[in-house]
Design a protein around this ligand. Structure first.
Ligand code: GDP
Ligand code: IMO
Ligand code: MG
Length: 430
């Protein structure tokens, strides 16, 4: 049975949550593989809207087991709040939610270090979500981090926390002149979290591979953020601290990359970014404001207004290259209903030269002038698009243009936030 990876192909918030929820209908297992509660994945069905930050977006389908993989960084407090939220909605989590024993823990130190670093960075601030993501991954790579399995050994917690506490408090006190955090209080909290979370903590790598080997199970991997926020392949340093790409899906779940059959990139029909950093097609005019209004572009985690611009095929080409995306889902097509003409960025002009190669050099990236191709808009509502025959001709041309440019078929169209407002196409190649 196929293993499918869902990857944000832009700067996050492409509508991954909606698509994962939709596809979970036929999935046995849904796995989050990286990021943490910086993610905000919105699901809408039966007239209700739910935002998930850590729990995989398949949780509302009783048939799925949801796994928080080893590549995720978990804030136990945020996780427990979210578990309560879904349980209050009648969702049974017992035996349906598995938490990797090797996922790292976000501690109060990390959130404090995140906010202090941001406030001391002035105009170089990244505009993080303030969820402690960067410092938690920093401690993971420095081999200082605490992992979920450590919650199962409460007597060892104080000793294990010591090196992180010493490091963090030294930085807080001397570099940021900020108050220190009391490690004893953290140990007490962690012991309490451990009691609640222990039944869910397990060896998810073994579980996932057993599911894969059985060949009767559909596995769905859910990325957070997007390729352009990838630590290696994004607009560094204006990125997150994990790998939303295909490589991250493998290391963050323990499933071999060779087992991934479908790599589905999710892109909006236009482009948004929240936080700071280069955004070549950003619109600082009335059209940008229109896109924000029509698309209701405000962050699902922080409520910040998202920066808006036209779809950027140069950046998407880069995303396809580094992930092996072999099919695309395009969301928020309905938002473009009211725009005529619509524009697509097809190349960048850098120092007078035109290129379709996304520059990873920040100096070049900041001087990019986007070159646009204009296309006729479709001037009609796509909200109730139900069959391929109903796709208006100008929209079909817009989709074909993107497919030709990227060499990847668009297999799914999303024309509204609701699970139902989706058209799965029959095509599998360009
Ligand atoms: P994610 O982080 O990739 O899961 O995306 P977010 O949930 O942060 O942001 C996507 C937003 O767009 C949410 O408010 C969704 O409800 C909404 N959305 C998703 N697909 C569509 C669509 O096709 N049309 C419209 N109008 N809204 C959509
Ligand atoms: P989902 O999964 C959009 C952005 C932040 C900031 C940068 C680093 O909902 O698509 P971090 O807190 O990760 O250290 O912030 O990354 N960012 C996101 N932008 N969607 C997200 O997640 C994001 N998660 C982080 O705004 O620019
Ligand atoms: Mg989001």
């Amino acid at each position: 049975m196929p293993t499918r990876v869902i990857i944000g192909a832009q700067w996050g918030d492409e509508g991954k949550g909606k698509i994962v929820d939709l596809l979970s209908d036929s999935a046995d297992v849904v796995v989050r593989y990286q990021g943490g509660a910086n993610a905000g994945h919105t699901l809408k069905f039966d007239g209700n809207t739910h935002v998930l930050h850590l729990i995989p977006s398949g949780i509302f389908h009783d048939n799925t087991t949801c796994v928080i993989g080893n590549g995720v960084v978990i804030d136990p407090e945020a996780l427990m709040e979210e578990m309560k939220m879904v349980q209050d909605l009648g969702v049974n989590l017992k035996d349906r939610l598995l938490i990797s024993e090797t996922a790292h823990i976000i501690l109060p130190f990390h959130k404090k270090l995140d906010s202090e670093k941001e406030s001391h960075s002035a105009d170089k601030a990244i505009g993080t979500t303030g969820r402690g993501i960067g410092p938690a991954y920093m401690h993971k790579t420095a081999r200082l981090g605490l992992r979920m399995i450590d919650l199962c050994y409460p007597d060892q917690l104080a000793e294990k926390l010591k090196p992180i506490a010493e490091y963090s408090n030294c930085v807080l006190k001397h570099l940021y002149k900020a108050p220190e955090v009391n490690p004893d209080e953290i140990v007490e909290q962690l012991v309490a979290y451990g009691k609640e979370l222990k039944p869910y903590i397990t060896n998810t790598v073994e579980y996932l591979n057993q599911q894969r080997i059985s060949e009767t199970k559909n596995l769905l991997l859910e990325g957070a953020q997007g390729v352009m926020l990838d630590l290696d392949h994004g607009t560094y340093p204006y990125v997150t601290s994990s790998s939303p790409t295909t490589g991250g899906a493998s290391t963050g779940s323990g499933l071999p990359a060779a087992s991934f059959d479908q790599i589905t990139g999710i892109t909006k029909a236009y482009c948004t970014r929240v936080g700071n950093g280069p955004f070549p097609t950003e619109l600082h005019d009335e059209t940008g404001d229109e896109l924000r209004r029509a698309g209701n572009e405000f962050g699902a985690t922080t409520g910040r207004p998202r920066r808006c611009g036209w779809i950027d095929l140069v950046a998407l080409r880069h995303a396809v290259h580094v992930t092996g995306i072999n099919e695309l889902a395009i969301t928020k097509l309905d938002v473009l209903d009211q725009f005529n003409p619509v524009k697509l960025c097809t190349s960048y002009r850098i120092d007078g030269e035109e290129t379709n190669v996304f520059p990873l050099d920040l100096n070049k990236l900041e001087s990019v002038e986007p070159v646009f191709t204009e296309m006729e808009g479709w001037d009609q509502s796509t909200r109730d698009l139900k069959s391929e025959d109903d796709i208006p001709q100008p929209l079909l041309q817009f989709l074909e243009f993107i497919e030709e440019y990227l060499g990847v078929p668009i297999v799914l169209l999303s024309t509204g936030p609701d699970r139902e407002e989706t058209l799965q196409r029959s095509k599998t190649s360009v």
